[in-house]
Ligand binder design. Structure first.
Ligand SMILES: C[S@@+](CC[C@H](N)C(=O)[O-])C[C@H]1O[C@@H](n2cnc3c(N)ncnc32)[C@H](O)[C@@H]1O
Length: 282
């Protein structure tokens, strides 16, 4: 591969991955890998098209190509991803933050000018909690997760992004609500049913943490029911509950929140037109 220019690397990656990913996605991956290895932005990369890649750079790119061939997500390979304009470290202990979750953060921010406090349940990389804190500097943000490894990553992200969030180890399914009261509770809990596994891509199924993704087919709303029940005591009167939801279970979610006495329940679609977010008021 020596004598390869920046421009030629995209064609090399195309030939290495063409059986596995669509052409456009491979072009995007080539751009991200080159930016990562050359430590440059998009514009600078375009100006470097004719430059030769060094042996070290080619070795790194070859290793990353092999990892992509093993379906390892590019965000884990590079060790970071962007969410709501901020760069988050990611590793296989945390779910890779998704664009639809950015839409949920956007909804919360447009609804709530200055909440006193917010709780994020199932925080993973900390992407929701930290983005909220960055945009609501006077709000106290708490965040729970059952994974110590995820909490470690979330704390690292908060430190790097210079945001103060109170991360706590809590199993929400075993938690007894306390007297603490919040203006907003938000959660993107595990919501993929085992029966939906067949529809999932290998990179998600084989590499992202299963505790972050899956729920039992017999009780797919267990997290939502538990969190909404906690919300009855942990939300202030008029406090808001925000969920990212399973696109196939919007009706069941509406029924659940109605039966618990929540009002003004609203479902929103994500950018792909799928029922993806729900808000309810206590
Ligand atoms: C779908 S991921 C969401 C991660 C992150 N909030 C995001 O939006 O990218 C769900 C998270 O819930 C956590 N989780 C799973 N079971 C839990 C439990 N019983 N109590 C608290 N957190 C839990 C997982 O560890 C995971 O980090």
């Amino acid at each position: 591969m020596s004598g390869t220019t920046v421009y030629q690397f995209t064609a090399l990656l195309q030939s290495g991955l063409k059986e596995l990913y669509p052409e456009q996605e491979i072009n995007q991956m080539a751009k991200l890998l080159l930016q990562h290895v050359l430590k440059v932005g998009n514009t600078q990369l375009l100006l470097m098209n004719r430059e030769l890649l060094s042996d070290d750079q080619l070795r790194s790119l070859a290793t990353m190509t092999q990892q992509l061939q093993q379906h390892i997500p590019i965000q884990y390979i590079m060790g970071s991803t962007f969410f709501y304009g901020l760069e988050f470290c990611v590793n296989p202990s945390v779910l890779i933050p998704r664009p639809e979750t950015e839409e949920l953060v956007d909804w919360i921010l447009s609804d709530n000018a200055s909440p006193v406090n917010v709780l994020d349940i199932g925080t993973g990389s900390g992407c929701i909690a930290i983005s909220l804190k960055a945009n609501l500097p006077n709000t106290q943000v708490s965040a729970w997760d059952i994974s110590e490894a995820a909490l470690k990553t979330a704390r690292q992200n908060a430190n790097q992004l210079q945001q103060i969030v109170d991360f706590q180890y809590v199993d929400v399914l075993a938690h007894q609500p306390t007297d603490e009261q919040f203006d907003c509770i938000v959660s993107n809990p595990p919501y993929v049913r085992e029966l939906e596994k067949a529809m999932m891509e290998a990179n998600v199924l084989e590499h992202e943490p299963h505790t972050a993704l899956f729920v039992d087919d017999q009780d797919p709303l267990i997290f939502y029911r538990t969190i909404a029940q906690h919300g009855l005591t942990m939300l202030k009167p008029g406090g808001r509950l925000y969920f990212e939801i399973n696109e196939y279970l919007a009706k069941e979610m509406m029924d659940l929140l109605t039966s618990l006495g929540y009002t003004s329940i609203e479902c929103r679609k994500d950018i792909n037109g799928k029922d993806r977010m729900m808000r309810a008021i206590k």
